[in-house]
Design a protein around this ligand. Structure first.
Ligand code: NAD
Length: 397
């Protein structure tokens, strides 16, 4: 056990440290919003795969506090040891567990590689021992690497266009200036690897493993998350390697619906969510600049949401028991609907044409992007005294 002063150590889109008190404050804010945004009951047992950060954490909180679910979460996070801080996802869940215990809620976490057979076995054993059949399964894993448990091969995803090279502008996150970005197209092996990491294969393995263990309740619902975004990111996102992986997630939903979920009367959905500052999205070229402009427009138009507001709306409007999800022509739930509104997109595109290094701070919400990025790691959170030494070690129990 060691108490130390923890400062942010940021390199581009990576922060090497995180602050337990700031992460805890972020979690309490989300819990407050989820509690106000849901009926507090209605869902029995839920599993969230990728439960510690971003959309997965907001899903867990919405399910537990907004809809009264008992939730088992799976994530891959680093605990703090000695003077070394843990990862923000670990501290987020430490606060989730502390409050769950205090309030008599059932939340359990399996921390390990969810792609591995051992990770699935541990979750299944915990579900059998302490939960029972699942009503809801959220798949929200985002990562650059996956080891296929059947072959032992490790795949790395890439963020590249397919077809012509992509030329655009992006923010140099260390220097706070715009710089040109030129990304060569992916080769076939890179496309295949990205589909292996971020496509639907692992989601399908999970649902089939849970079905084989008789852990899916009749009428269970499972959801995985996707993104589409504007024309200006289409070459690098939707038409790029990550878009190919997301297309595979959509194909997987159809396969699950026609296969293992059919006889249970269950359903698999893909929810297309809004662009938000998370560890995963900050790493995508161009996205930090687009988000900075989008936030400015959505805040001006008073239709801005964060991860928790998105997840509260996803369950309130689509996935809560008794709700029939509203689907687009391709069969997807769209909680990116406000982002994709014609007036929002037109205003964002107009700013995109104007933005330069000189006017970046004035015409965009880059200041919020930077602040929210730091807040992901528990820094720059209101009310936290960062000069005070804090305990690095925490527990998930
Ligand atoms: P994130 O980086 O905030 O969180 C990723 C989660 O995955 C964490 O809980 C992490 O612990 C977990 N994880 C990573 N590797 C794991 C492993 N091997 N085993 C177990 N858990 C593991 O990500 P996010 O931005 O919330 O993305 C989640 C999903 O939402 C992704 O499918 C992403 O494409 C989608 N999405 C994101 C955005 C956005 O703007 N952030 C928009 C729409 C859709």
């Amino acid at each position: 056990m060691a108490k130390v002063v923890i400062n942010p150590r940021i390199r581009g889109f990576i922060c090497l440290t995180s602050h337990p008190t700031g992460c805890a404050a972020n979690v309490r804010r989300q819990i407050d919003l989820a509690t106000k945004g849901g009926p507090g009951k209605g869902i029995g047992n839920a599993l969230v795969i990728g439960s510690s950060q971003g959309y997965g954490l907001a899903s867990l909180i919405t399910l537990a506090w907004g809809h009264g679910a008992k939730v088992l979460g799976a994530c891959f996070e680093r605990p703090g040891t000695g003077e070394k801080a843990g990862s923000s996802g670990f501290y987020n869940l430490a606060e989730v567990h502390r409050l769950a215990k205090e309030q008599g809620k059932t939340i359990e976490t399996i921390n390990g590689d969810a792609f591995a057979q051992a990770g699935k076995d541990a979750v299944i054993a915990a579900l059998k021992a302490r939960f029972g059949k699942l009503d809801c399964i959220v798949y929200s894993v985002a990562t650059p690497k996956r080891t296929d448990p059947t072959t032992g091969t490790t795949y790395s995803s890439v963020l590249k266009p397919i077809g012509p090279a992509y030329e655009s502008k992006t923010i140099d996150l260390d220097a706070d200036v715009l710089k040109p970005v030129n990304i060569a197209p992916a080769i076939d092996a890179e496309i295949d690897a990205t589909v292996k990491v971020m496509g639907g294969e692992d989601w399908q393995m999970w649902i089939e493993a849970l079905a084989a263990a008789d852990l899916l309740a009749p009428g269970c619902r499972t959801v995985a998350y996707s993104y589409i975004g504007p024309a200006l990111t289409t070459p690098i996102y939707t038409n790029g390697t990550i878009g190919r992986a997301k297309a595979h997630v959509e194909t997987t939903a159809k396969a699950l619906n026609a296969g293992v979920l059919k006889k249970l009367g269950g359903a698999a959905y893909v929810s297309v969510n809004k662009a938000l500052v998370t560890q995963a999205s900050s790493a995508i070229p161009v996205v930090p600049l687009y988000i900075s402009l989008l936030y400015k427009v959505m805040k001006d138009k008073q239709c801005h949401e964060g991860t928790i507001e998105q997840m509260v709306r996803l369950w309130a409007d689509h996935l809560a028991p008794g709700k029939t999800p509203k689907l687009d022509d391709a069969g997807r739930i769209r909680v990116d609907d406000w982002e994709m509104r014609a007036d929002v997109q037109a205003a964002t595109a107009a700013l995109w044409e104007q933005v330069t290094s000189e006017n970046l701070m004035a015409i965009s919400d880059y200041a919020s992007f930077k602040r929210e990025f730091r807040q992901l790691f528990g820094f720059e959170v209101d009310g936290v005294n960062y000069a005070e030494p804090v305990e690095t070690e925490a527990t998930l129990g």
